[in-house]
Structure formats: C-alpha cells, structure tokens
Write a protein that binds this ligand. Structure first.
Ligand code: MRU
Length: 359
C-alpha cells in the first residue's frame, strides 16, 4: 500500500504531496490544522474519502496544539477548526461526513476533561480511517463481479489508494478483480486540467502491477466506438439520494458517450459519499477553481491571462446514465433509493434538525 497519510503520536500529520507525483514522492509534516486545510485546498491531499480522513486528524491536531484551561475558549476554538476545514473544499461529501462525526463526538462529551475529549476525537479519526479502508475492501469485492475474466476498463481521475483510506473505490474493484485472477487492462483518462489520471492513477496502477495506457480525455469516445472498452468505472465526490452523481469534471461526457455506445457506466463509492439530505444532484455545490489551473502547466503560462476561463472541478452525471452504483453493501441498480444505508449515513446535522422538528 502507498503511504499517503499518517497521524503520529507527536500529533503531527504527515502526508504525501499528490501535486508532485509521480516524478517526486515528497512528504510534508505539519502540526497546524490550518496547514492541513490548505493542503486539502491545494489538492496535496485529495480524493473524497482521504480529504475526510485528513480533516478528522486535523481536528485532533488543532485541539491538541491549543493551550487553554477555559472551557468556553476551548469550544470556540473547536468550532473555528471545524469551520476552517469545512471551507477547504465544498463538493466532496466525505469531508462533511467526517467533520460531522467529529462534532458529534465533541458535543456528546463536552463536559469531560480536555484530555479525554482529545482522546475520544483521536479514536473517532482512527475509526473513520479504518472504516474507510474496510469499505474499500468491500466495494472491491462487490464490484469485481461486474468484470469478466478478461476486461478492459476505462477510468477517470483517481479513485484509488491515493484517494482513500484503503485500496480505493473504482481502482479497488480493479485490484480485487486482478487478485481474483481476472485479466484486466485499464485506460486511464489523463483528466485535465490537473492530470490526476496521468499522474496519480498511472502511478498507482504501475505500483500495483496493472497493465494500462494513459489516454487524453478526448480519446475516450473513439475507443468506445472501436469496441475496446468493456465498462467505465469512476469514483464519486457526492451522490444525491436519487443516484445523481457528482464526480471529476469529464465524468458526464464519459457517461453520455458510454450510453451512446451501450457500455456500462459504473460508479464506486462508500455510503459516506451519499448525501441523504439532498434529493437530486442539482443541489450539489460544484467547486469552481482558479483559472490558473487551465492557463498554466507546471506554473508556466500557456495562454493569455486576458482570456476568460471556466474551471469547475466536477460535473453532474444524472442517474439515468449510471448503470449501477457499487457501495460496500452491494451493487445498487436503478431506481436508486439506497434503502437500509440511509439510517447509517444520514448526517448528524440532518438528524439533529429532524429531532428538533418533531419536538
Ligand atoms: O479534485 P480531486 O482530485 O479531489 O477529485 C477526485 C475525484 O473526483 C474522485 O473521483 C473522487 O473524489 C472519488 S475518490 C475515491
């Protein structure tokens, strides 16, 4: 497994800088929750589940390195930490899922000693990390049945080890199928503008001994026409209750092309990516990032700053284009309702709201 994130007993967060891969494998170390939020914003730490895990540890770190005897100040500081992290990236549900779990632990134990609260928060962050690794394993097993003995899979962005606490979601399915003896070949979309496909997916497929080719995003439709793709598998940043999926920009285009060529379009994600508070994907806040990510390559300007640029990080795949969604529970087919999972993943904030509504 690639070492991507570690929380040490000195209350430091060590993380692999994903903006430099694959050419440099550089680790940063910090004791500051603000640095962790900035690392998430800059995509040094990225991928929906990993963002959530990092944020959970950043909460513990922020609490540990704050010195006070005053309970009111302690509380104010706690919410300052969670707000800072909440504002680091707006789309991935897992960030909010993890922060809500940390807030719940804090609020349920608010009367205890500070040391004890910190300890409980650390246990919760560890649990979020471990549970995510376990969810990935189960997604891998559930999804591997969708792949034939010899399969060619197209994937987009990076939904693998680097993006999660475990083996990944979309790539976890590929690793599991390969371990089961299936012969898998992957086309990895380079994923403009930040090249998570040609940098990160390629890096980890290579580390895991999977055969692959990197392709430009615009080659995908033609490969589908030539009938070399058996299925598309991508991850997700947020899934609405109706199965609408928001994932890395370019996912919609792939889904439309897959539907046209009658190729299954699968989404792999843990329950913690499903947002039961929203009915459709239209309600999801799509992050708009800096134009520099498009006007520059490796910091070098490639076009004029005077030109207008749009840079949404994600796009919405409507549920009718999604053949199936693989979670740690099962393979879900349309119409999506995720019955049974809802109780487990409904957000703390929502639960609070409905409880007070019924009072
Ligand atoms: O902007 P990124 O690199 O964080 O985007 C990541 C994705 O879009 C992934 O597909 C998604 O987070 C799922 S990761 C298991």
């Amino acid at each position: 497994m690639i070492d991507k994130l570690e929380y040490t007993n000195k209350h430091e967060l060590i993380y692999l800088d994903q903006t430099l891969l694959p050419l440099k494998q550089k680790y940063h170390k910090t004791k500051s929750y603000k640095d962790a939020a900035e690392a998430i914003r800059k995509l040094q730490i990225r991928g929906a589940p990993l963002i959530g895990i990092a944020a959970a540890y950043a909460v513990v770190m922020g609490v540990h390195h704050y010195d006070t005897d005053n309970r009111k100040n302690f509380e104010i500081h706690f919410y300052k930490i969670t707000e800072t992290l909440r504002n680091s990236r707006p789309t991935a549900k897992n960030l909010f899922y993890a922060l809500d779990r940390m807030i719940k632990v804090f609020e349920e134990n608010i009367k205890k000693d500070f040391i004890e609260i910190e300890d409980l928060l650390l246990r919760e962050a560890d649990a979020i990390y471990d549970e995510d690794a376990e969810m990935c394993k189960r997604i891998g097993v559930n999804g591997a049945v969708l792949l034939g003995e010899k399969s060619t899979v197209l994937t987009h962005c990076n939904a693998g080890e680097l993006a999660t606490g475990g083996i990944g979601t979309a790539l976890g399915i590929i690793y599991t199928a390969q371990k089961q003896g299936k012969d898998i070949f992957v086309y990895a979309d380079e994923t403009r503008p930040l090249l998570q496909g040609s940098r990160l997916t390629a890096f980890e497929l290579n580390e895991n001994g999977i055969d692959f080719d990197i392709i430009t995003d615009s080659m995908a439709a033609n490969l589908m026409k030539e009938q070399v793709i058996d299925c598309v598998i991508v991850g997700a940043d947020r899934i609405a209750s109706n199965g609408d999926v928001v994932n890395k920009v370019g996912s919609y285009s792939l889904a439309v092309n897959a539907a046209y060529h009658k190729i299954p379009f699968y989404v792999a994600a843990p329950g913690s990516t499903i947002d039961f508070d929203i009915l459709t994907g239209e309600e999801i806040n799509i992050e708009e990032r800096s134009p520099d990510e498009i006007t520059r390559v490796n910091g070098e300007k490639i076009t004029s700053d005077k030109y207008g640029v749009m840079n949404p990080a994600f796009d919405l795949v409507p549920n009718e284009l999604v053949t199936a969604i693989v979670t740690e529970y099962k393979v879900h087919y349309p119409p999506y309702n995720f019955g049974g999972i809802k109780q487990m993943f409904q957000s703390y904030v929502q639960v609070q709201r409905s409880e007070s509504e019924t009072e």
